[in-house]
Design a binder for this molecule. Structure first.
Ligand SMILES: Nc1nc2c(ncn2[C@@H]2O[C@H](COP(=O)(O)OP(=O)(O)O)[C@@H](O)[C@H]2O)c(=O)[nH]1
Ligand SMILES: [Mg+2]
Length: 382
């Protein structure tokens, strides 16, 4: 089902055409474990008949997703391989994988445009588990802004109500939501998720009634609670215009209301946000006319690989290419698969040997230190 980015010509995607009517892009954001992926699955299910959503997974590190994705970042970059090749930790690997995907933003946008032409009215985008990977990275901004200048785009912030029952955690979550709202400048809808575990009434109370929040605060006596109290006053204006909806991504409760609120948010994009992005588009267009010309043809050197498998497809390298992966990672020539496997095996064996010799050297060094110490002690004693 996953769609590759091969043979995508960019001529079809022109900034001069203006912001299209569809598909509506829905970015699903939220803290790790808030339920973004489960929520995406349920949303697709409920919207299937009416909006035929095109589905995108941008989490390179997930093992599997419970929905059939049309575009899956794991087809483009293998984040484990990225970690290994660049010697990065898991977070660095995820950020780098997203950066690599973003070099294909134009092709991605073209896929979304085509999906719209094929009758997909929505495009639902699931984002990496760790929220900051998307919200505080250059790639996240490029993807968000890129989409918003081409298609109606909204943000759904998934919040775990069960975990937000403590006023301080609630406030942290709200501050995060607020910062994303101001950073993305897009219609913003908060999905209060997991209401099968805890009713979300208290969140509504805390947002509309300052005193209710103060009462809850009384029980917490800490420096943080003082800070939280002050912050809650500041957030009043943010709450006033906030669109919220209680849902359970597990049971599907609340999704009918959610769909209605999504449509309200899309209307808000049309009236309040579109003019802003329209202006941005015009600026970009002017820039592209005076600035350096973008590539009119992109060679598809990276070939989509099966879900989460290997990066190592045998591409042909040419001068004027954009890569799905860093050129240095691309094997120059691959004669046949056996050879590749043997090379991999040899690499693995070499790594094992290196590790063993590292451990051996370490042990020998320790032993000789111990011997020396003993010798010195022996000499010191008469
Ligand atoms: N009870 C309950 N559990 C949920 C709900 N939504 C998600 N979960 C669970 O929360 C955990 C994290 O969900 P996931 O979708 O992977 O979160 P993500 O990291 O934000 O993508 C999983 O164990 C889900 O089964 C919900 O509405 N109710
Ligand atoms: Mg997820």
């Amino acid at each position: 089902m996953a769609e590759g980015v091969e043979s995508i010509k960019l001529e079809a995607l022109s900034l001069s055409e203006g912001i299209r009517e569809s598909p509506v892009c829905i970015l699903v954001l939220g803290m790790a474990g808030s339920g973004k992926t489960t929520f995406t699955q349920k949303l697709i299910q409920h919207a299937q008949e009416k909006f035929n959503p095109y589905v995108v997974n941008l989490d390179p590190a997930c093992r599997e997703v419970p929905y059939a994705a049309h575009v899956d970042i794991r087809d483009t970059v293998n984040y484990r391989e990225v970690m290994k090749q660049y010697q990065l930790g898991p977070n660095g690997g995820i950020v780098t994988a997203l950066n690599m995907f973003t070099t294909k933003m134009a092709q991605f946008a073209e896929l979304v445009r085509r999906a719209g032409e094929r009758g997909h009215k929505w495009c639902v985008i699931d984002t990496p588990g760790q929220i900051e990977v998307f919200t505080w990275s250059a790639s996240g901004s490029i993807i968000t802004e890129g989409l918003a200048t081409m298609f109606p785009t909204i943000v759904i912030y998934v919040m775990d109500v069960e975990r937000s029952a403590c006023p301080t955690t609630f406030m942290s979550n709200m501050l995060y939501a607020c910062s994303i709202l101001y950073k993305t400048r897009l219609p913003f809808l908060v999905a209060l998720n997991k209401i099968d575990l805890k009713d979300c009434g208290f969140v509504m109370d805390w947002m509309t009634d300052f005193e209710a929040f103060q009462e809850a605060q009384e029980e917490e006596h800490s420096f943080v609670s003082n800070l939280t109290r002050t912050m809650s006053l500041t957030l009043d204006t943010f709450y006033e215009n906030l669109r919220t909806c209680g849902v359970s991504a597990k049971t599907g409760v609340g999704f009918a209301q959610l769909l209605a609120k999504i449509l309200e948010s899309v209307d808000e994009y049309e009236t309040d946000f579109k003019p802003v992005y329209e202006k941005k588009r015009q600026e970009r267009l002017a820039q592209s006319e005076t600035g350096p010309k973008p590539l009119d043809h992109v060679e598809e050197d990276g070939v989509a690989v099966p879900l989460g498998l290997s990066l190592q497809d045998p591409p042909m390298l040419t001068g004027n290419s954009i890569f799905l992966m860093a050129p240095s990672l691309v094997p120059q020539s691959v004669e046949n698969e056996d050879e590749e496997e043997m090379e991999e095996d040899a690499k693995g064996t070499a790594e094992d040997q290196n590790f063993h010799s590292f451990v051996q050297n370490h042990l020998t060094a320790q032993q000789s230190k111990r011997d020396k110490l003993q010798q010195e002690q022996g000499q010191a004693q008469p």
